[in-house]
Ligand binder design. Structure first.
Ligand SMILES: *Cc1c(COP(=O)(O)O)cnc(C)c1O
Length: 470
């Protein structure tokens, strides 16, 4: 591809992206496809000879697009959003055109320094105290892994990386049973082991860890000769928004000298609105906090910010300095690859900078407040329907509900069939979860372009589909 062709195809791609967004509402949110259909439509062997871009692009439009689940669809109410505000897509285009590796300050000073600045913008936007610095990781899973490795090293007096874990005391980490599976995987990969992730029971409307049980578990583990390393608290759990009492957990962590990591991957974005910050009162006591601007806030995936109170501990855990990576002569520079597990890094700060400037915090707050209000409105409407039950009340914009099955039907099976029928319809997309072992249908509003009318459409699709079922 020469430069003239590059220009022409880049323009074509930009036009395509705009047309795509223009027509999203008319597309089914999730494709109705059987597994393997797309795989079979792709040539079994790679081409020996070059093909024309016309053919490649036509295949993209004909074979690939119909098989996509449309995460930018305004009626995407499943999982959590993965919003790509158009302005962040533009920034990503520029980033991919420059294609820099931003691992060290000198491999792209602008990427490093803009990252330091935009992370601090976000710190201020969330109301975190100025003691926190941070880094943009690819995902919350990576951030949580980095936090778990740091708590492991701190507990082992920085000997784990050198000596390995055999011969060490058994490390213990504590969390509720509402945390994301990324916590399990961080525990596996760090060598701590699933059996040493102690699940503290939850109670109350927000399914918060019972901190008395947490403290008792730590004391009992110490007595048994084990080594408590840290606590992972959660604000806005994936299933139903489970949220720990961060201040109470922080007090336990402090009393026992444990590292505390807060996973607010989804709910963190809402903290740009002061009125929601009561959900994480005490967060200033955390050692690290992760939240994903690539979820609700609108920064194209991937963009996950890990705030840390003591970056020295993170760097001490993860920095390797072979000679060829040394950047001589610049005091006070930051090499962000020392803050994360992978060496190579994308220039992720640019899209955040574009996003925050193009929308302003007030614009983003309005979006989030609307989503919360619309979800609460929908929950209230469904609660008034005689055959629907609200299972978990809205936590920000997330709630769960159930349709009452007829006397002869199994309620779990009935609700699974209902959610499948709703998704096959294509107008909206929802996912299910289990609450106290029983199936519930999850609903969250969060897509960047969603309107009140889209949420009303969800009410119609859910109630019509359920009626057709009875
Ligand atoms: C989405 C989510 C994660 C995982 O985020 P990734 O960036 O996909 O790794 C972790 N925790 C919570 C609470 C989440 O909502």
């Amino acid at each position: 591809m020469n430069n003239d062709e590059f220009r022409a195809w880049s323009r074509r791609a930009a036009d395509w992206g705009t047309d795509y967004r223009d027509t999203l509402r008319e597309r089914p949110v999730r494709p109705a496809l059987s597994p393997g259909a797309i795989f079979r439509s792709i040539e079994a062997s790679p081409p020996e000879a070059a093909e024309s871009m016309d053919r490649i692009f036509a295949d993209f439009e004909q074979k690939i697009v119909p098989g996509m689940t449309h995460w930018q669809h305004p009626r995407f109410f499943a999982y959590f959003p993965a919003n790509a505000a158009p302005v962040s897509v533009v920034a990503e285009y520029l980033v991919s055109a420059m294609a820099a590796q931003c691992m060290l300050w000198q491999t792209s000073p602008a990427a490093t320094e803009l990252e330091t600045r935009t992370v601090d913008w976000m710190r201020q936007a969330l109301g975190l105290p100025d003691g926190f610095s941070g880094v943009i990781q690819d995902s919350a899973s990576s951030a949580t892994l980095a936090a778990v490795l740091t708590m492991r090293e701190r507990a082992l007096d920085w000997q784990g990386n050198r000596q390995g874990l055999s011969g060490q005391a058994t490390l213990r980490v504590y969390s509720s049973d509402q945390v994301h599976t990324s916590i399990d995987r961080a525990i596996w990969v760090s060598g701590i082991g699933e059996e040493n992730l102690v699940r503290i029971p939850v109670a109350g409307r927000f399914r918060a860890m019972d901190t008395a049980a947490l403290e008792a578990a730590i004391v009992a583990d110490r007595k048994a000769g084990m080594l408590p390393a840290g606590i992972i608290a959660c604000v806005g759990g994936t299933s139903t928004g489970g949220t720990d009492d961060i201040a109470a957990v922080a007090a336990v962590a402090k009393r026992h000298g444990l590292y505390m990591h807060v996973d607010a991957a989804w709910a963190g974005s809402a903290m740009i609105c002061p009125e929601y910050r009561h959900f994480w009162t005490g967060v200033e006591e955390a050692d690290s906090v992760v939240f994903n601007p690539h979820k609700w806030l609108g920064a194209q995936f991937d963009c996950s910010i890990q705030f840390v109170r003591q970056p020295e501990d993170l760097v001490r855990t993860l920095a390797i300095k072979p000679d060829y990576l040394k950047t001589h002569g610049h005091d006070g520079i930051i090499n962000y690859s020392e803050w994360s597990v992978p060496l190579g890094r994308r220039f992720r700060a640019l899209k955040l900078w574009f996003l925050l400037r193009a929308h302003g915090l007030e614009g983003l707050r309005t979006m989030i407040r609307n989503h919360v209000a619309w979800s609460e409105g929908l929950a209230a409407r469904l609660a008034k329907e005689p055959d629907f039950d609200i299972v978990t009340e809205p936590m920000l914009s997330l709630f769960s509900f159930r349709h009452r099955a007829g006397a002869s039907a199994d309620p779990d099976e009935h609700n699974l069939r209902l959610v499948n029928a709703i998704n096959d319809d294509g107008r909206i997309y929802l996912t299910q979860t289990r609450v106290d072992g029983r199936v519930a249908i999850r609903f969250q509003t969060g897509q960047f372009d969603a309107t009140a009318a889209d949420v009303d459409a969800a009410f119609d699709v859910v109630t019509e589909t359920a009626r057709g079922f009875a």
